[in-house]
Each structure stands twice: as structure tokens, then as C-alpha cells.
Design a binder for this molecule. Structure first.
Ligand SMILES: NC(=O)c1ccc[n+]([C@@H]2O[C@H](COP(=O)([O-])OP(=O)(O)OC[C@H]3O[C@@H](n4cnc5c(N)ncnc54)[C@H](O)[C@@H]3O)[C@@H](O)[C@H]2O)c1
Ligand SMILES: O=C(O)C(=O)C[C@]1(C(=O)O)C=C[C@@H](O)C=C1
Length: 323
């Protein structure tokens, strides 16, 4: 099993696409990188940064001859992009993506793909609030999880090959089914972003209404929220349009728990508040400790031999054939 690919096609070259280009190049995982994007201006930016070897606005041309294709555009563009690349895909190629939602991706991409390719949706749980080709950096995936959601028809060796690619870029890899992914990410990523967008919007409205300098004197806790709320508007619009059910379910749970806190504040229930905050402080500390352990992995050395496949299977995939 080889972790090396002849030609990697990146369809979309923003924060995630450019980080893959830089990491794959640095680790010697690919011979040729073709870069496709919709706008000429973005393509020229990618070219100036030297992110690839071939630059095109034609998605079919980008994937021709590629043995690894990764969709790195906002998920709202996937349907059209899948249709465009399908006739040009090389038999045996791995087709993957990095989208923040997974059931929708399976639903809109899989029906267009020929049966000769291996479709393995993916999601690196790593990012920043920045976007565009110049936002990428090769260490983005180091010590971070990458979730793969292969359908049951995908040979294990192909999933292991893609998992080895992500591990060579520094990621830990876990497989799960698409619906489980969407539920977990709804509460750990999508609802937190919604909360950040909301609180920053509320503060801005209050500032305008009271004509006071609320934002100028904001403390660092609020500034942490503004970082998240600065995330790409198109990407996040698409996340909420395509993971609606899971987000609404988790938002309901979140609002119930918030009203428990509201009651504790109203009643002056210090014991409940302190117990809650003690629990969440412990969670933060355990995340930081776990992060330090995984980041200590030996990422950064040029990739020499493919690591043994040790991809963890969390659940059988149940969503691959719903397309
Ligand atoms: N930003 C994050 O934190 C993060 C993390 C993990 C996964 N993701 C996922 O990665 C994907 C890309 O996100 P990003 O942060 O790199 O976004 P980005 O805005 O930085 O880049 C998106 C790129 O997609 C391309 N693009 C946009 N519309 C297109 C279209 N219609 N056709 C072809 N190309 C198009 C452009 O090259 C653009 O630069 C999204 O699906 C997102 O859900 C993002
Ligand atoms: O660090 C950040 O800025 C992010 O928001 C990254 C983050 C997240 O952790 O929620 C955002 C969206 C992704 O799909 C994966 C990662």
C-alpha cells in the first residue's frame, strides 16, 4: 500500500486546499498538484504562491489523470463540481473532500460519480477564521483529527491509503458514519459558531442602539468570540443550510441547558454555577493535555515509509447508499 500519489487534484484552493498543497508537497506525498478554482483572481493568487504545478478553472481538466481528487470548495458548490468532474475521473482514483458536513456531501456527490472510483468523504477537524489561498500553512493538520466516512462499498485498502495520506500530513484519522459525524460536529463546531455569530451580532446591535463604545472596551473573552465570528460567511452559510436537522436538534439541547444556567443566575444559586464551571474547566484542561500529546507526534520529518494503517472504525457506515 502506497501513500504516494502521482497527481493530486485540489478542487478549490482556500485555507484547506492550500494547506493540503503545502503539507503534501512538504511531506513528498505527490508528484504533481493541479489546482482548480472558479475565479481567475484566486487562481492567480494560488499561482503566485506556487501552490501547484497545473492551474485551471476547468474542473474536468484538473482531475484528468489524477489518482487523488479532493474537493476543497464550500459544500454548496459540490453538486455542480461533482457533475463537472465525473466524466473525466480516472478509473481507480480516490475522490474525497474536506467539507464540514458529511451526509449532504454523500447525497449530492455520490450519484454523479462513476462506479470505477472510490469515494471516501473526509473532514479535517482543523481550521482558522481566515480564508483564501494565502491563509494556508503546512502544519494546519498536525495533531488534529481527520474524520473519514467511507461507504460500505469502498475497499478497506483504499480507505487505508487515504488515511495514510492524512497521517503523513500529521493528522490522526478516525472513520465513522456520515450521520454520526454530522451530529457530533453540530454540537462541537456548528452550534458554537452560531453562538459566536449571535453574540457578536448582539453586541454590535447594542453598541449601535446605545451609541456606547461596547466593542472598544470589550474584554478578551468577547474577543475570542469575535475570532470565531470572523469565519468565512459563505462556508458557514453552507454548513447551516446542509446540516440543518442535526444543528436544530443540538441547538434545542443547548437552549435547554442555557435556561438552566439562566435560572441559577436568577435564583442566585452559587453552588450550581460553581459546580458547572468546575466541570467545564476540567474539560478545557483535558482537551489541552490531549492536544499536547498528539501534537508531540513526529510530524515535520519528510515522509519516508507509510505508517501502518491503524485507522479506528467507530461505526459502520450507514449512509453510503442513500445517495
Ligand atoms: N475553514 C475551516 O475552518 C474549515 C475546516 C475544515 C473543513 N472546512 C471545509 O473546507 C472547505 C473549504 O473551506 P476553506 O476554509 O478552505 O474555504 P475558503 O473560503 O478559504 O476557500 C474556498 C475555496 O473554494 C474555491 N471555490 C469557492 N467557490 C467555488 C466554486 N463554486 N467552484 C470551485 N471552487 C470554488 C475557491 O478557490 C476558494 O478559495 C469547506 O467545505 C469547509 O466546510 C473548513
Ligand atoms: O479553529 C477554528 O477557527 C475553527 O473553527 C475550526 C473548525 C472548528 O473547530 O469548528 C471549523 C470548522 C471545521 O469544519 C473544522 C474546524
Amino acid at each position: 500500500m502506497s501513500v504516494h500519489f502521482r497527481k493530486l487534484a485540489l478542487i478549490g484552493i482556500g485555507l484547506i486546499g492550500s494547506s493540503i498543497a503545502l503539507a503534501a508537497r512538504r511531506q513528498g506525498l505527490v508528484d504533481v498538484i493541479s489546482v482548480m478554482t472558479r475565479r481567475q483572481e484566486t487562481l492567480e493568487e494560488a499561482r503566485a504562491l506556487g501552490l501547484g504545478d497545473i492551474y485551471t478553472r476547468d474542473a474536468a481538466e484538473a482531475v484528468r489523470g489524477a489518482d487523488l481528487v479532493i474537493l476543497c470548495a464550500p459544500v454548496g458548490a459540490y453538486d455542480t463540481l461533482a457533475q463537472a468532474i465525473a466524466p473525466a475521473l480516472e478509473p481507480g482514483a480516490i475522490v474525497s473532500d474536506v467539507g464540514s458536513v458529511k451526509e449532504h456531501v454523500v447525497k449530492v456527490v455520490a450519484p454523479h460519480l462513476p462506479p470505477t472510483v472510490h469515494f471516501i468523504p473526509g473532514h479535517p477537524l482543523a481550521g482558522t477564521e481566515h480564508s483564501g489561498p494565502s491563509a494556508g500553512f503546512p502544519e494546519l493538520f498536525a495533531g488534529r483529527w481527520c474524520v473519514l466516512t467511507p461507504g460500505s462499498d469502498v475497499p478497506e485498502a483504499q480507505t487505508a491509503r487515504l488515511a495514510a495520506f492524512w497521517r503523513a500530513m500529521g493528522s490522526n484519522v478516525e472513520c465513522m458514519d456520515a450521520a454520526h459525524h454530522d451530529m457530533v460536529l453540530a454540537i462541537t463546531s456548528h452550534v458554537p459558531h452560531l453562538v459566536a455569530y449571535n453574540i457578536v451580532g448582539t453586541v454590535a446591535d447594542l453598541e449601535a442602539a446605545t451609541q456606547s463604545e461596547v466593542i472598544k472596551f470589550s474584554a478578551s473573552g468577547f474577543r475570542d468570540f469575535t475570532r470565531i465570528a470572523a469565519s468565512d460567511p459563505v462556508m458557514w452559510r453552507d454548513v447551516f443550510l446542509t446540516n440543518r436537522d442535526a444543528v436544530l436538534e443540538m441547538l434545542g439541547r443547548f437552549l435547554e441547558d442555557l435556561s438552566v444556567l439562566q435560572r441559577a443566575v436568577r435564583n442566585g444559586d452559587g453552588d450550581s454555577l460553581e459546580a458547572m464551571f468546575t466541570r467545564t474547566r476540567a474539560i478545557r484542561r483535558s482537551i489541552i493535555n490531549a492536544g499536547q500529546e498528539t501534537a508531540a507526534a513526529d510530524f515535520g520529518r519528510p515522509h519516508e515509509a507509510p505508517p501502518a494503517p491503524e485507522t479506528k472504525i467507530v461505526r459502520d457506515h450507514g449512509g453510503g447508499d442513500d445517495a
